[in-house]
Structures are given as structure tokens and as C-alpha cells.
Design a protein around this ligand. Structure first.
Ligand SMILES: [Zn+2]
Length: 448
């Protein structure tokens, strides 16, 4: 059960607000009332004003910061299974057979296990494109994470989801858990979508008053398929079909032309940059600096643990910078503050959420991080630059101690309080074996 306390006070904290001025309160506190932040300030002031009747979380010198937003996400049932395969082969040999074979029960346990890993790594919001929205929604509701859900919609011959499935998911789950769960329209990618489907998806999103989640320009192969099928590049086709816009999250965007960058900018489309996935699957390095310079809002995502093995968004933050620095041979790009902004407020903005920043009136989605973790040693007290560097380049998910979503404690002192975690992991393992068998994929692999 989630905590039913209406007032929470987090004390003795270094409060990293992620506001416009990058303000940090080194002797700070955060007060929460209901699902919103009531105040952010000095410890002594907030203790005096909010201690009465509050459930107190003593952060004991830890950092309190906005929860991380995983802007491109797939619940994962498998991992460590097709690690040597490039994207197209990984999809055809493992991922599509598995997601065609899954059922609601397998999705429910896999989603709980996936969300548990994310919560442990400080993620408070996932933008999850997967199948069986009802099962995803049930898992998200129970574990307490903020979830934006969409289907894997493709043309019927591919045996995935239809727009009708997505519309049904919207009817049953959109706005549930006091608005913590939303449903958008998902489109897998252009190799599996016709012009008619793309236009219908755009119409459906408009009719439902919701957004779109789509993979765009992930690989060179995808761009070539789009040129062969449609005579144009993926983002040009998406633009012509009405897919792009401020409510659209376009995942990957590794291979955008200058014209496509202009389309993204002019339509206000949101980009999820997924550098670890792009690197692991051999897809390349996105032109992120050009997107940022063009004024496009860029958030970060891990993609899926089938592809990239870990849901740790601290790793994604670090890779986002390191790949660019290596490619451009320039250490003076994508600084720690840029990465932290991408992983928090940019992601929230991309999803239209009032979160990603610790300020009065924002949604109370925040995390407490241990500073007595070796990754934060040494740390000169009061040094914001060093603290930011530690958070962006040294920290790993293991440093996250507590997680609060929508004003409710989801993880406290590393215990996820909403689920029986060992039971969830046991069921998720069982589900994987069951689905492997159904998908006719052998459970024993040859070492490669
Ligand atoms: Zn993806």
C-alpha cells in the first residue's frame, strides 16, 4: 500500500532543484502536500512551517532531486539474449517473436520487474511502449510509478497491435491512478507502417486528445527502407502524415538530415535520445548537439533492457555526453548540468508533465540519493559543480535510497514498499521461460 500521509517533509537534505537558476539548497528541505510540492527551502524554515502532522523522511545529508524521466521505454521480459545481434536481426530473431507470444499475465509480471529496476535507479516516470495496456496499467498502478503507456502498433500482417487495441487501452486506463497513468498512441516504426496507418494514428491521437510515441530514424537501414517504400526519409513521411508535433515523442533520431531537423524544430516535436541503445545495437551516434542548437527539446531514454541490459538512467546520462565528446573530440560539450536537465525537466516537458523540477506547485516526483556512496567521495561541501559532476558522471542507480511519486513513498531506504519484490522477480523469470517456449525459442543457447 502507498503511504496515505497527506503531508511529507524531507529534511537534512542537499536539495538540487533543477530550476532555471540551477539553485541548490545545501542545508535544505522539501515539503509535500498531497501530490504536489508545497515548499522548497532551508531546513530550519521548513521544519518550523511543515513539521506539524508531517511524515518525516530524514535524508541524512543525502541529495534530494527531481526523479528521472525515462523518455523511451519498453517493458522487458528478456535480457542478455541477443547481445551480439544488430537491430534488424535482434528484432526478427528475438524481440518480435517474443512480443508476439506474450500474454497479459507475462506483461504484468515483466512490467512490475522492469518498473522495479527503474525505481531502484531513481526513475519516477516511464514512457512505455509495449503490449496489453491493461496489464501495464495494473502494474504501474500497483507499484506506484508514473507511466505513459502506448501500444506497439503496426500494419496487421506483422501480428502486433492495432489502433483499436490502443484506443481500447486509452478507454480503460487513461487518467487512472489519479492521473498518474496516461495512454498515448504508439507506432512501432515505418518499416512496419503504411501511410494509411500513420494518418489514422494521427487522427486517433487528435480525436483522443492524446500524444504519439514513435521510433524515427533509428538506423541507416530504416532510412533506406523508408526511401524505398515511400520515396522519402522517415521523419519527412511522419511529418506529411501529421505525426509530428509537441505531443509527439520521437525516439532515437540518430540519422536526421538537416531538413528533418528543421521539421522537428518547426513542429515542436520532442526527441528521446537513447545513446546506450544506439551504441549497443550498432546504430550510430545521434546529432544531439545540432538538435539542442536548433532549440528542440531533448530528453533521455534507456529503450529496453533486451537491447541495452540495464535500466540505469545514470549510465544513459553519462553515455550521452561521452559519445558526443569522443565523436567531436571535444570535452567542453554536454556538461553535467545539461545531462541532469535532459534526464529530469526535459523529459517531463516532453510528456507535458508538471514535474522535473523541485518548486512549489510542481508534482511531487523526487528521489533521495546517498552521498555516503563511494561514488560521491570526495565531495567538497557547498560545491555545486562537483556535486553535479558526481550525479551525472559518477553515480549509479545503486546510490538511490528513496523514491517518491505523486507525493507517495514508493521506495524507502532501498525497499520498494508497494510490492513483494522477490515474488515479482520469481514470476518474471517464470514468464520468460513460458514465453520462450511459446515463441519456439530454445532456452539453451550456444555460446557466441
Ligand atoms: Zn524502442
Amino acid at each position: 500500500m502507498l503511504s496515505d500521509a497527506r503531508r511529507l517533509l524531507i529534511t537534512n537534505a542537499v536539495v538540487v532543484t533543477m530550476n532555471d537558476g540551477h539553485e541548490v539548497h545545501f542545508d535544505g528541505a522539501v515539503a509535500i502536500e498531497g501530490d504536489r510540492i508545497a515548499a522548497v527551502g532551508t531546513d530550519s524554515d521548513l521544519e518550523r512551517r511543515y513539521r506539524d502532522g508531517a511524515q518525516v523522511i530524514d535524508a541524512r545529508g543525502g541529495v534530494v532531486m527531481p526523479g528521472l524521466v525515462d523518455l523511451h521505454y519498453h517493458t522487458a521480459i528478456g535480457r542478455g539474449w541477443s547481445d551480439h545481434l544488430p537491430l534488424w536481426d535482434a528484432l526478427q530473431e528475438f524481440w518480435y517473436p517474443v512480443v508476439r507470444a506474450i500474454d497479459p499475465e507475462a506483461v504484468y509480471w515483466s512490467a512490475l520487474a522492469s518498473y522495479a529496476e527503474s525505481i531502484r535507479c531513481g526513475v519516477t516516470t516511464v514512457n512505455d511502449m509495449y503490449r496489453h495496456i491493461d496489464a501495464l496499467g495494473q502494474a504501474a498502478e500497483e507499484i506506484g510509478i508514473r507511466a505513459v503507456l502506448s501500444n506497439i502498433v503496426a500494419d496487421p500482417e506483422h501480428g502486433l497491435d492495432s489502433l483499436e487495441d490502443n484506443a481500447a487501452g486509452h478507454r480503460s486506463r487513461h487518467g487512472s491512478a489519479d492521473g498518474r497513468i496516461e495512454v498515448k498512441v504508439g507506432i512501432e516504426w515505418l518499416p512496419l507502417a503504411s501511410i494509411g496507418l500513420l494518418k489514422d494514428a494521427s487522427d486517433l491521437a487528435r480525436d483522443l486528445g492524446t500524444g504519439i510515441h514513435i521510433h524515427l530514424n533509428e538506423s541507416v537501414g530504416e532510412v533506406e527502407i523508408s526511401k524505398e517504400r515511400f520515396g522519402r526519409r522517415p521523419t519527412e513521411v511522419a511529418y506529411e502524415c501529421g505525426i509530428l508535433g509537441p505531443a509527439c515523442v520521437a525516439a532515437h533520431c540518430v540519422w536526421l538530415s538537416d531538413i528533418e531537423i528543421g521539421l522537428m524544430r518547426d513542429t515542436g516535436t520532442q526527441i528521446s535520445h537513447n545513446p546506450t541503445s544506439n551504441a549497443k545495437l550498432g546504430n550510430g551516434v545521434a546529432r544531439v548537439l545540432d538538435y539542442v542548437r536548433a532549440g528542440i527539446n531533448v530528453g533521455l531514454g534507456h529503450d529496453s533492457t533486451e537491447g541495452v541490459n540495464t535500466g540505469d538512467m545514470f549510465q544513459v546520462m553519462k553515455f550521452a555526453s561521452l559519445l558526443q565528446r569522443a565523436m567531436h573530440m571535444d570535452a567542453d560539450i554536454l556538461h553535467a548540468a545539461d545531462l541532469l536537465r535532459m534526464a529530469t525537466r526535459n523529459g517531463s516537458k516532453a510528456l507535458g508533465h508538471e514535474a522535473g523540477e523541485l518548486a512549489e506547485g510542481k508534482k511531487a516526483d523526487l528521489i533521495v540519493i546517498d552521498l555516503d556512496d563511494p561514488a560521491f567521495t570526495p565531495l567538497v561541501s557547498g560545491n555545486r559543480n562537483q556535486l553535479y559532476s558526481h550525479l551525472a558522471f559518477a553515480a549509479q542507480g545503486r546510490a538511490v535510497r528513496s523514491v517518491i511519486v505523486d507525493g507517495a513513498v514508493v521506495m524507502r531506504d532501498r525497499e520498494i514498499v508497494t510490492i513483494d519484490e522477490p515474488e515479482v522477480l520469481r514470476h518474471a523469470n517464470d514468464a520468460f521461460l513460458r514465453i520462450l517456449e511459446r515463441a519456439h525459442i530454445g532456452a539453451v543457447q550456444t555460446l557466441v
